[in-house]
Ligand binder design. Sequence first.
Ligand code: RM4
Ligand code: MN
Ligand code: MN
Length: 397
Amino acid sequence: MEHSESATCDLAIQALDSFQIEIPSWGFANTGTRFGKYLQAAAASTIEEKFADAAEVNRLTGVTPTLALHVLWDLPNGVHDVAEVKELERRFGLRAGSINPNLFEDQEYKFGSLCNPSAEIRARAVQHMLDSIEIARQLGSRDISLWLPDGSNYPGTQSIRKRIAWLEESLSDVHAHLAPGQRLLIEYKPFEPAFYHTDIADWGMSSHLARLAGPQARVLVDTGHHYSSQNIEQIVAWLLHTGLLGGFHFNDRRYADDDLTLGSIDPYQVFRIFHELHCARTEGLPHAVAFMIDQSHNLKGKIEATVQTVVTAQELWLKAALIDREQLAALHQSCDLVAAEELFRGAFWRDVRPQAAAWRESRSLPADPLAALHTGGYVERIARERGNRVSAVSTYA
Ligand code: RM4
Ligand code: MN
Ligand code: MN
C-alpha cells in the first residue's frame, strides 16, 4: 500500500523544508581542464562577484544560504580578508560556508604538504590549517573542509608508512586547535594530482584519520572521488553507521573526478545515496551532514549550471523522501525482492517536479528557477559588465 495523497504531500513539504545545499565560490569562476580554460564573459573573478552570483542563485532557489570559500582564491590575505567577507555577507544576505584550506598551489608542496618529508614544510602546512581554522572561527563557519593533494608519482620513491604517521600527527595537532562546534572534514580521493599513491585515497583512510584526530573530525564524501564501479551508497551507509559522515561534495562523473553537474550522468546514484540519508534521518541521525556542491563549470554557464544542480539535487532528495520506507522494510524482511525493487525504482521514476514547483510558489520563489534565470536578465547584465576584463583570471578559479 502506498502513502495516502495527503501523507505524501506532508512528507514532500517536510523533505523540501529540510533541504539546503552549499554552493562553491569556485563554481562561478573561470575554471578549466589541465589543457586550458575557455573563458566566459559572465564569470566571477572577485570575491564580491562570487557573492553576487551566489546571492542570485539563492534568490532563485531559496535553498543555498551559504557559500563555500577557498582560502587562497577567496581570502588571499588570510584572516585580514575576513572583514571584507563579513561586509559581503551583510550586503548580499548570504553567509560564508565551509572554509577550504589550500595545500596544493605553493611550490614548496611539490612533494607533499602535511605528508612532506621535510618537517619544516609540514609545519607550514599545519600553520595554514590553523589559519583556516581561525578564518572559520571569525566568520562563524562550522566546517573546515580539507582535501589533501599529497601523494607520490612513482613506486619506491616515498615511504607510504612514514607519511601515514606524519599525517596522523599533523591532523591531531590541527584538531586540537578547533573551536567548540567546529568540525574538520577529511576528504579522500584515489588519485590526481598524484598518480601512484595518494596519502588519503579512500574512505577507510579518511575514517581512520578522523577517528584518530578527535571527536570533531568527520569524513567528507566527494561523489566524484571513487573508482568507476564503487558502491558509494554502501560507503555512505557505513559512514552513517559509524557516526563518521561529515558531509558531501556533490558532482557527477563518467570517468574520474570530472566535476560535471550533479545527476547529469547517473541521477539514480544520487537517489540511492539520498535514500540512505533519509533512512538514517528516520532513525534519528545523530549529527549534521553538510551538503555541498563541488563542480567545475567549464562549458555550461556558471550560474545556470549551479541553479540546475541545486534544482536537480532538490528533486532527487524529494524523490528519495517519498519512498514508503515502512513498506520497504516489510518487503526486506520477507525478502520479496522484485516488489522491494519496484517500490524503490517506482519512487525514482515518479515525477516530483510539480510538487517542487508548488513548494517554491508557497515560499514566494519562482516555480521554475532555471526559467526565471533565463528571463531575469542577470547573466546578460554581468556579462556586459565583466566581459571586457576577462583576462584577470587566476590560475584555477
Ligand atoms: C579536488 C577536491 C577538492 C577541491 C579541489 C580543487 O579534487 O574535490 O574538494 O577543493 O579539487
Ligand atoms: Mn571535492
Ligand atoms: Mn574533486
